[in-house]
Ligand binder design. Structure first.
Ligand code: SF4
Length: 338
């Protein structure tokens, strides 16, 4: 069998440190996930991921601090008010949040994230973060995953001890969500202006998404100059409209995350996938997430008892895919990398 020469040339250009063009990204996405060309793309992605993190994959761990119906109504999210999964509001106590974060620290997570729904009061989030941060080891990398915020909000996050944020312009943003994509971009700009590092992802990918949208969201993610990119699939929330469309397979996602990796290039240290899986880790995902508390892909408010993975399980998956795993604070969120 002979590799398609055009695909080989694009991949070689990416591996040689050249930024691949938007039409080239599109061309890579059109390759079937189970093909000689795709495995070549996935191998190249893996090699690039190994170079950018000096061979060490990472496990980050997120505590979801609240549940409740969210008026932003992202159709893929269990908190969307219209999905009617969580009808009550509930917030973990600061003591409980600290306990969960410290457990993740002990388990060896390389960074700790606090996540709240978009309608969670921002001041309350900052107030909680200010209690959590001093309870963590001084070197622990602390990341926020919240709704949109302005420049003052970004400064408040920085002041509360966060190194960075997770933020994405999701597939279907503004169509299956009640959020203007411009608002999401504004938040990313505010975060960067305040000196917060930004991690992002092409997500949540479903069979419903056109090739053009995948390409566009990959381009946008690259333009954000994040500390990590990657790709994650939409998980079906039972009983929702989107669930009827099914899900992309892990094999399909491995191809997509590999293309995103090559599109990002060497200047982006990390490449994530979610939920954790070995095929993705083989194909160049160098960052997996453990989760506890609430989770927008879960109908159980304690995701650790359902969909959420532990740090140990994420480390096992990476290890089985042949990765060494970083001990200590995240290198992905190391400012001097940029
Ligand atoms: S993804 Fe975020 S903004 Fe959208 S419904 Fe869920 S919590 Fe709200």
């Amino acid at each position: 069998m002979e590799l398609d020469t055009n695909i080989k040339e694009i991949v070689d250009r990416a591996l040689n440190g050249k930024e691949i063009t938007v039409p080239e990204i599109k061309e890579l996405f059109t390759v079937p996930a189970v093909s000689e060309e795709s495995y070549f793309i996935q191998y190249a992605s893996r090699k690039m991921s190994e170079v950018t993190l000096e061979g060490k994959a990472e496990v980050h761990a997120q505590v979801g601090i609240n549940v409740g119906p969210c008026p932003k109504n992202c159709q893929f999210c269990s908190f969307a008010a219209t999905n009617r999964v969580f009808k009550h509001f509930k917030v973990l106590t600061p003591e409980e949040i600290i306990k969960r974060c410290q457990r993740f620290e002990q388990d060896g997570a390389n960074a700790i994230y606090l996540m709240a729904t978009a309608n969670f009061k921002f001041e309350e989030f900052i107030n909680i973060a200010k209690q959590v941060k001093p309870a963590l080891k001084p070197e622990t990398v602390f990341i926020a995953n919240v709704g949109d915020f302005d420049e003052a909000g970004a400064l408040a996050l920085k002041e509360a001890g966060f190194t960075g944020v997770y933020h994405a312009i999701r597939l279907g943003e503004g169509t299956v969500t009640d959020i203007d994509p411009k608002e999401r971009l504004k938040t990313v700009r505010a975060a960067k202006k305040a000196g917060l590092l930004v991690g992002t992802c092409v997500e949540p990918v479903g069979p419903e998404h056109a090739l053009e949208e995948l390409v566009e969201k990959t381009r946008l993610a690259r333009e954000m100059a994040p500390v990590f990119g990657g790709a994650a699939r939409r998980i079906s929330i039972p009983g929702t409209e989107l669930a009827k469309k099914g899900m992309v397979s892990e094999a399909g996602m491995a191809h997509i995350l590999a293309v995103v990796r090559l599109a990002m290039g060497y200047r982006v240290p990390g490449n994530c996938t979610h939920e954790p899986n070995g095929i993705g880790a083989m194909a160049g995902a160098s960052l997996l997430w453990a989760e506890n508390g609430s989770n927008p892909r879960d109908t159980d408010e304690k995701t650790e008892t359902n969909r959420g993975y532990s740090v140990k399980k994420c480390r096992e998956i990476l290890s089985e895919a042949g990765w060494d795993i970083l001990d200590g604070p995240s290198q992905i969120f190391k400012p001097q990398c940029r």
